[in-house]
Design a protein around this ligand. Structure first.
Ligand code: K1U
Ligand code: ZN
Length: 186
């Protein structure tokens, strides 16, 4: 198990469509171990393999509450098979866009089919934070970022800041209006 570096915007790898996993083998299980370690260390509640530079359709999640036991979940080749017309809004963050949070409206409920670590197929119906997180992570597997769901003005502003930081080899400091929402502080 190892913690891997998280890929940050404007890195072009974040715009790749990841490849489906053909077989859940030892290498995929080792990738999942590293993803979980990286996600918990960040800390984050989700991670897609492309965020550590691996263009495979693998997602990890843990949305357990701070004082509850960990509930790591793994989704291999996740795919949305149905989405509700009803929308919910959540203040989203992204480990590839550190310290930036913005409200995103997405379908409140989704059905997702995926494979588990034994290669067994499943389909679940998700709502609440699980639905939001699954959509955010499945977007990553398709090269889509949560800032693609906000206004062009806000997206251009955040891209400009991160491009400038990358050019100077800096880390990005949060803008005063980018306060971390209460529910992200644990
Ligand atoms: O995919 C990612 O970049 C991870 C991202 C997942 C996510 C968060 C919020 C809405 C949708 C998807 C994060 O985990 S950002 C960090 C975060 O939300 C958090 C970190 C520590 C404690 C609680 C939340
Ligand atoms: Zn993200």
């Amino acid at each position: 198990m190892a913690t891997r570096d998280i890929v940050i915007i404007p890195d072009k790898r974040l715009r790749l469509a990841s490849e489906p996993v053909k077989a859940v083998d030892k290498a995929v299980r080792a990738l999942v171990d590293d993803m979980l370690e990286t996600m918990y260390a960040a800390p984050g509640i989700g991670l897609a393999a492309i965020q550590i530079g691996v263009a495979q359709r693998v997602v990890t999640l843990d949305i357990a509450k701070k004082d509850d036991p960990p509930e790591p979940r793994v989704f291999i080749n996740p795919e949305i098979t149905w989405a509700s017309d009803e929308k919910s809004t959540y203040d989203e963050g992204c480990l590839s866009i550190p310290e930036y949070y913005e409200e995103v409206a997405r379908p409140s409920r989704v059905k997702v089919k995926y494979m588990d670590l034994d290669g067994k197929a499943h389909e679940i119906e998700a709502d609440g934070l699980l639905a939001t997180c699954l959509q955010h992570e499945i977007d990553h597997t398709n090269g889509v970022l949560f800032i693609d769901h906000i206004s062009k003005l806000k997206r251009d502003r955040v891209m400009k800041k991160f491009k400038k930081a990358a050019k100077h080899g800096d880390t990005v400091k949060p803008h005063p209006s980018d306060d971390v929402p209460e529910h992200h502080l644990g």
